[in-house]
Design a protein around this ligand. Structure first.
Ligand SMILES: [Zn+2]
Length: 466
């Protein structure tokens, strides 16, 4: 039975979608104003594992992930370049999706842009104004938290009086609000100011939180099954999404809430504001493979913090190579008919352990352990020449099942055998001889991406696997 830790109840709960067999899920997407860093991608790889495992369990899925293409940073960056916000965000949306794909993530069914859903946001704000959950102040529209007594039910942050408690991040808009906790739904802009949209309550632009309420409910309905995102979004973003959506509809917004933990570098949270971040592209340029980055990101269960180190990434590189070699060796075997009970038992146990681990709140570490156990046992059976044709098929089938969720084995044909490596090195030598340094560098990069390091010595080129 599939179980998740539901942030709303702070308990591990059995997962039962509202409509049997169908799951409607929303995951907050990126703000497309820069290259996403691997801390961001930890959340998106987690979202992909969640997505793939729901499909593995047989659910039909509608998965929405938004692109936030308007906020203050975007407006400022576009203004500084004297271009429109669309011109500024379009390339970053493209880069994000390229990196998202390269990391082996499946595209969600629906990827809406915030700026394409302004009328839906205006509708919700109009409803909130009409039913007293929102008010106007100096031309901007604010959410009235005092009108939503359940405010805080997700983050469990307790508020006393009119001030937000503790050092928690709150909306710090410097406008006149009835209550310091109230947040902007719609920000007034001048007649000729861009970007701006006309609304019955005045020309303006949306606040960030209203975007996700509008896009999720448009595609998934007022109540859906599952809302996920990074831990940093739990408060205030998700708390505010609940307040807006439930304030407008009077219905439960999302049944389950799932939050993935931070990625840290040397025990400090990776973030753009702290400057201690690597983008996916930084790591790729250093020769690390997308599969190894993905492996590292999913190797720690989503509710635990992941401490990023280059040793860890190097280890993931070696592990991926071992898994890929295993599959390639098994595929190439020419075997006699029949099956070995020992191999059958190993495969059966691995499949069962994998599912038990993933059912247990997506315990990816235990799921990977099940995969590695099978690889080790089958390697031993192979070494004793005990493997037969039916076992080969069963092992390959199990690998395909694991990988339908994990996505760590990669394309089948690209394992580099020694003679392919040597052929590429010879081609590189020829290219250098012909002063075709572009091709020579390209070959070096191609080999580096597959974990092959070249060393130019006076006796010629030596190579080794990382
Ligand atoms: Zn969101």
């Amino acid at each position: 039975m599939l179980k998740f830790f539901n942030t709303l109840s702070r308990q591990v709960e059995e997962f039962h979608p509202i409509d049997k067999g169908k799951v409607r899920m929303y995951i907050c997407g990126p703000t497309v104003w820069n290259f996403a860093h691997i801390g961001n991608f930890r959340t998106f790889v987690f979202g992909d594992i969640l997505r793939r495992y729901l499909k593995f369990k047989g659910f039909e899925l509608t998965h929405v992930m938004n692109l936030t293409d308007i906020d203050d940073r975007i407006i400022n960056e576009a203004a500084a370049r004297n271009i429109s916000i669309d011109e500024f965000t379009a390339p970053f949306a493209q880069y994000f999706l390229e990196d998202f794909d390269a990391l082996g993530n499946e595209r969600p069914e629906i990827i809406p842009h915030a700026t394409h859903h302004i009328p839906e946001m205006i509708d919700i704000i109009s409803t909130l104004l009409a039913n007293g959950h929102a008010y106007e102040s100096e031309g901007s529209i604010y959410y009235r938290i005092a009108a939503f007594p359940e405010y805080g039910k997700l983050s469990k942050i307790s508020f006393s009086g009119n001030k937000a408690g503790g050092s928690e991040r709150i909306d710090t808009d410097k406008y006149d609000k009835e209550d310091a906790r109230d947040f902007a739904l719609w920000k007034l802009v001048d007649e000729d100011e861009q970007p701006g949209w006309d609304a019955p309550f005045g020309r303006g632009r949306p606040g960030w939180h209203i975007e996700c309420s509008a896009m999720s409910m448009k595609y998934l309905g007022p109540t859906f099954d599952l809302h996920a995102g990074g831990m940093d979004l739990q408060f205030p973003h998700h708390e505010n999404e609940i307040a807006q959506s439930e304030g407008a509809t009077g219905k439960l917004f999302s049944k389950y809430w799932i939050h993935s933990e931070f990625l840290k570098i040397d025990d400090v949270t990776m973030s753009k504001s702290k400057g201690n971040f690597f983008t996916f592209r930084d790591l790729k340029e250093q020769g690390y493979s997308p599969l190894a980055i993905r492996y590292l990101l999913l190797s720690v269960p989503y509710r635990k913090q992941l401490n990023f180190t280059f040793e860890g990434l190097q280890g993931a590189e070696t592990t991926i190579e071992r898994l890929r070699n295993f599959r390639s060796i098994i595929s190439d075997l020419k075997l006699a008919a029949g099956s070995n009970p020992e191999a059958v038992a190993s495969v059966t146990k691995a499949l069962a352990d994998f599912e038990t681990a993933m059912d247990d709140d997506l315990n990816t570490a235990a799921a990977l352990a099940a995969v590695h156990d099978m690889v080790r046992e089958i390697n031993t059976i192979m070494a004793n020449e005990g493997i037969l044709a039916d076992d080969q098929a069963a092992v390959l089938d199990a690998v395909a099942k694991f990988d339908s969720v994990l996505g760590i084995f990669g394309e089948e044909a690209s394992v580099l055998l020694d003679h392919n490596i040597e052929a590429l090195i010879a081609e590189r030598q020829d290219a250098r001889h012909n002063r075709d340094f572009a091709r020579s560098d390209e070959i070096r990069d191609e080999l580096a991406a597959k974990g092959i390091i070249l060393e130019d010595t006076k006796d010629g080129v030596r190579w080794k696997r990382k």
